[in-house]
Design a protein around this ligand. Sequence first.
Ligand SMILES: CCCCCCCC/C=C\CCCCCCCC(=O)SCCNC(=O)CCNC(=O)[C@H](O)C(C)(C)COP(=O)(O)OP(=O)(O)OC[C@H]1O[C@@H](n2cnc3c(N)ncnc32)[C@H](O)[C@@H]1OP(=O)(O)O
Ligand SMILES: CCCCCCCCCCCCCC(=O)OC[C@@H](O)COP(=O)(O)O
Length: 271
Amino acid sequence: MDVVWMLPLLLLFPLLMWTSSTFLFYFKKFFYVAWMMLLALLGIPVCLLKSGGRDVENMRVIRAMVRHVKYFFGLRIEVSGWEHLQTVGPYVIISNHQSSLDVLGMMEILPDRCTTIAKKELVYAGTVGLICWLSGIVFINRKKTSDAKSVMADAAKTMLDQQIRLWVFPEGTRNQNGDLLPFKKGAFHLAVQAQVPIVPVVFSSYNSFYLRKEKQFNSGTIKLKILPKIETKGMTSEDVSSLSDLSHSLMRTAFLEISDSVPQSNGPLKH
Ligand SMILES: CCCCCCCC/C=C\CCCCCCCC(=O)SCCNC(=O)CCNC(=O)[C@H](O)C(C)(C)COP(=O)(O)OP(=O)(O)OC[C@H]1O[C@@H](n2cnc3c(N)ncnc32)[C@H](O)[C@@H]1OP(=O)(O)O
Ligand SMILES: CCCCCCCCCCCCCC(=O)OC[C@@H](O)COP(=O)(O)O
């Protein structure tokens, strides 16, 4: 082909790339990870200066540093039910888990002295892993249930001794199927062992702005609904299953109610 014809094509190419939504999808995801890594790098010395090591108080640093990130992606976060977090002392927060973007909503409402339970692989995520460790995040090995259970039993004690709140994702993994996965039991054993209330938090479906398979990442709104706490005083391990079922049904109802545009392909099966 003549070189003269190639020139406009060459000029057009970056423009096409820029406007292509697939390109934007990857670019935004890359930017998200890179920016979080950079924030963590800046946050680590702040944490070390403030508390000298691993301490749940470092969560304040993450919370303060992450709040602006939503603006880069044009995400609005609408919170309802604030009053349900106004509970004195320790409690277990449970929420659905769709993507690493959940961190944005989480930092919007994270109460004081609240850390989280995460898969142990996260500790290897460079600066992000280090700041998570510094903030008292409890790491569990999901492949070894017995280890995970004993780590969580220790966490139940630490919660009471140090007046700590814990955020758990009871689905146990990320999920964007337009519904909630069945819940794992750990969060409920934890709450019952510590005899503390459970505060369910529901993130609306991201399918209206973020589609992993279709490589779409647009601006949009995340609704966060904080539900009334569920008391566990007097409950024993016998009650764990019914507690889990109750939480699941309350959260599923709230999820479907606040998620307005779940595409059919990803939504619950319709016959
Ligand atoms: C400066 C700025 C810098 C920016 C940087 C940003 C930093 C960001 C900061 C901060 C945000 C961090 C965000 C992190 C997000 C990460 C999220 C994740 O990683 S999600 C994956 C890990 N989470 C979980 O997996 C949930 C907890 N999992 C559980 O609770 C499970 O139950 C688990 C692992 C304990 C066991 O899972 P099983 O797959 O074996 O399944 P099961 O059915 O639950 O348990 C099997 C049997 O064991 C019993 N069991 C479970 N736990 C028990 C317990 N504690 N005590 C006694 N029995 C227990 C159960 O009752 C069940 O027995 P029966 O079937 O009922 O007879
Ligand atoms: C080299 C890796 C760099 C990672 C940088 C990540 C920057 C964003 C910080 C968000 C941390 C949130 C982590 C997260 O959301 O982990 C996913 C797990 O919950 C569930 O994982 P899986 O679907 O079960 O594998």
